[in-house]
Design a protein around this ligand. Structure first.
Ligand code: PLP
Length: 440
């Protein structure tokens, strides 16, 4: 398709009308409960990109077809310039030849969620709104999303953020980050699991009567405003690798709700030089079982050391199925594997001791998959996707090292601020009542 042809977005459940991307971003979830997907995934020529361009320039070129015909199209370069203010470097790892680390933790909250959250905030800020009441951004988080969204929207006029997180199930530093913003950002510590938080947010967003009183939008990985920008760092680095080495780059992606991995797959489907994609999961086996040949069986999440991946019902699975409608073809295309807590610990400890490289528990799942590939004699070029900085998960990582980790400056600043979170029961009614009392 040509770049000027408008692109519309349909629901994965096909029972809502197709909309422009602005509407899809403003709504989060489609009215029928499905996820918005482009009616066709655009294709793009690798030659369209400026080889000297920044990641913001890559993002602008890559995402232009997704915004074609939309009021935000003229703003896209400004949105990308505002969102992509930190780099996503590809760094060689000393452990094995042809092994790289795609570092996605150089943003304000030290996890890859900063890319999507900042892009979404830059989009929402520019969208005209019918009423002038503040927009409430609801976000369920297993730790990292909430902080990234809080940081991205902090002190933006006309918006307030309500973060729900499972009390006691995020790291002490994550909890501190979530409660440290104040102003227009409120943290609610929910007496339940991440899946409860996610369900409560979905119920509130789908409640038309509540929406009439409290205008709401979502910032979870179901939002296209978060998913699309995540494609940029894959495109940027895969293109660079391909220009330098003449081959596609393979990626191992730590996976929970499948937003990060799906972004990588969409880049490949667009025709850019991404090679094989492998999903590294923690003990939550929904995806590994499916790709192992079982029926898709969403289930309750189990708590692991890689808590941002504690997902039993990956929300982007609907988009994955839409992208690859033939199940047997899909199973051939992807590989998913579980890594248990003992192996996560062992991977962190071994690499720190032998190579002085320290990984967060999520990144360690992907590193373990690379160790296995190398042990089996695989010599291809693989990039392990580092989704967060190890210092964010000090309670897991430091005891394995036996010494404290250096904290990145942005994280250190956030940890110096005081933090507060309000308690909330894990029921849809509790959130409904809180929003009505505090939100209208
Ligand atoms: C969110 C997150 C993941 C999982 O990403 P998905 O897009 O949900 O698959 C992995 N690692 C870290 C550190 C995260 O914050």
């Amino acid at each position: 398709m040509s770049r000027t042809e408008p692109l519309f977005y349909a629901s994965t459940r096909a029972r809502s009308p197709a909309v422009e991307i602005s509407q899809a971003i403003a709504a989060g979830l489609a009215p029928d409960g499905g996820l918005y997907v482009p009616e066709v995934l655009p294709r793009i020529d690798p030659a369209a990109f400026d080889p000297q361009g920044s990641i913001a320039a890559t993002a602008t070129t890559l995402l232009a077809p997704f915004f074609a015909g939309d009021p935000l199209a003229d703003e896209l370069a400004a949105i990308c310039a505002e969102a992509f203010v930190f780099d996503a470097p590809l760094r060689p790892l000393p452990q094995h030849p042809n092994s790289l680390m795609l570092e996605l933790f150089h943003g304000p909250t030290s996890a890859f969620k900063d890319f999507g959250a900042r892009f979404l905030a830059a989009c929402l800020q520019r969208l005209p709104r019918a009423d002038n009441r503040p927009l409430t951004i609801l976000v369920a988080t297993s730790g990292d999303t909430g902080a990234a969204v809080g940081a991205a929207f902090h002190r933006r006029p006309g918006v307030r953020v309500v973060i729900l997180y499972p009390d006691g199930k995020v790291s002490p530093r994550q909890a501190h980050q979530l409660g440290s913003f104040g102003d227009n950002v409120t943290a609610l510590r929910v007496d339940g699991r991440f899946d409860d938080c996610q369900r409560m947010v979905k119920a509130a967003l789908n409640d038309a009567a509540l929406q009439a009183q409290v205008p709401m939008s979502s910032a979870n990985s179901i939002s296209l405003g978060r998913l699309l920008p995540q494609m940029s760092y894959y495109a940027h680095n895969a293109l660079r690798w391909w220009r330098a080495h003449g081959e596609p780059l393979n990626f191992i992606v730590p996976t929970g709700n499948l937003g990060n991995a799906l972004a990588c797959l969409w880049v490949r489907e667009m025709g850019l030089p991404v090679g094989e994609v492998r999903l590294a999961c923690n003990a939550n086996a929904t995806l590994a079982d499916y790709f192992g040949g079982a029926e898709y069986t969403p289930r309750d999440a189990v708590a692991t050391l890689a808590n941002a991946m504690d997902v039993g019902a990956p929300s982007n699975f609907e988009r994955l199925r839409w992208t690859f409608p033939n199940p047997s073809a899909l199973r051939q295309l992807l590989h998913a594997e579980c890594v248990d807590d003992a192996t996560i610990r062992q991977t962190i400890a071994t690499h720190a001791r032998q190579h002085g490289e320290v990984f967060c528990p999520h990144t360690a799942t992907a590193m373990h998959l690379l160790d296995q590939l190398r042990a089996a004699g695989d010599a291809a070029s693989w990039a392990v996707v580092a989704t967060a900085h190890a210092a964010k998960f000090e309670s897991v990582v430091e005891p394995l090292l036996g010494h404290p980790l250096d904290v990145p400056p942005a994280l250190a600043t956030m940890l110096q601020r005081p933090a507060t979170a309000l308690p909330l029961a894990a029921t849809d009614a509790a959130l409904h009542d809180w929003l009505l009392a505090r939100g209208a």
